[in-house]
Design a protein around this ligand. Sequence first.
Ligand code: KIV
Length: 318
Amino acid sequence: MSLDGAEFPCTVRDRVTNLLCYEPVGEVMGMDGRPRTATEVRARKGGPPLVMVTAYDAPSARTVDAAGADIILVGDSVAMVVLGYDDTLEVTIDDMARHVAAVHRAKPGALIVGDLPWLSYHGSHDRTLDNVARLVRAGAGAVKLEGGAKRLDTVRAILDAEVPVMGHLGLTPQSLHALGGFKVQGQELNAAKILVDDARALVDAGVFALVLECVPDAVARTITDEVSVPTIGIGAGRHVDGQVLVWHDLLGFSGADRPQPRFVRQYAQLEKVATTALGRFCADVRAGTYPSSKETYHLADRVLAAFAAETDTSVSSV
Ligand code: KIV
């Protein structure tokens, strides 16, 4: 790819890895219609609904990307759905950077958003920017943080460092203890008005998109109508600019007996499929039917004969 080689258009990854390759943003996005950057996600306001799905490692990133999602969120939900914790407060910036890097190694076409974990952006701006840098260097094209009015200075500081920020309002799981549990937010008049004010303030501060988690549909609709950036809902009804679900929830991999929130639609029951497949493996090993001859490496006959003679055994291939 070079300026005189005329092999355009290039992808964003090409642009990052090959400084000779420049292309106007609009022409790059056109390749499969998916937004590649935060700027392109922002420009989708009022367009076709955005699809965001979480992923935490290379295989989940591959499946989400191959399915055509617009954005891969490496969410701090990794704490609960992958690492088995009861809440998201347990993951650190080291954990998040490792998972962002794993997703990035799958080389997805979708924009990778890295979640800033609890306490990674609540102290000094210097410390916040160090943590943002960890995620960006691991492969994130943007970061997400939770909270409204309290976070405006932090959002501005990250934007000053040229990193796009996605906001997150409503049920913000990092505030679990302050909120008194995983509960629908904005159900009373005052709380609903605060959510609308917070959304406006975050957008004024410069976020490129806004996650609305577990809020009544009327509140989500008002915010969506009021703000100039896409809203991406999870448990926020239909009147938003896009939807996000957690990989394990939508694929039925979050514990057979775990009650699911009402907004989760399971498109498969992969945990059942995996358990059945693993059960067949256990049975085959115990019955001696795994591995078969075809699943085994054999010595060539002439080597086998010499080997048997040398070792004074009568080993045969099956
Ligand atoms: O961590 C996460 O998966 C999230 C989504 C639920 C929006 O923040």
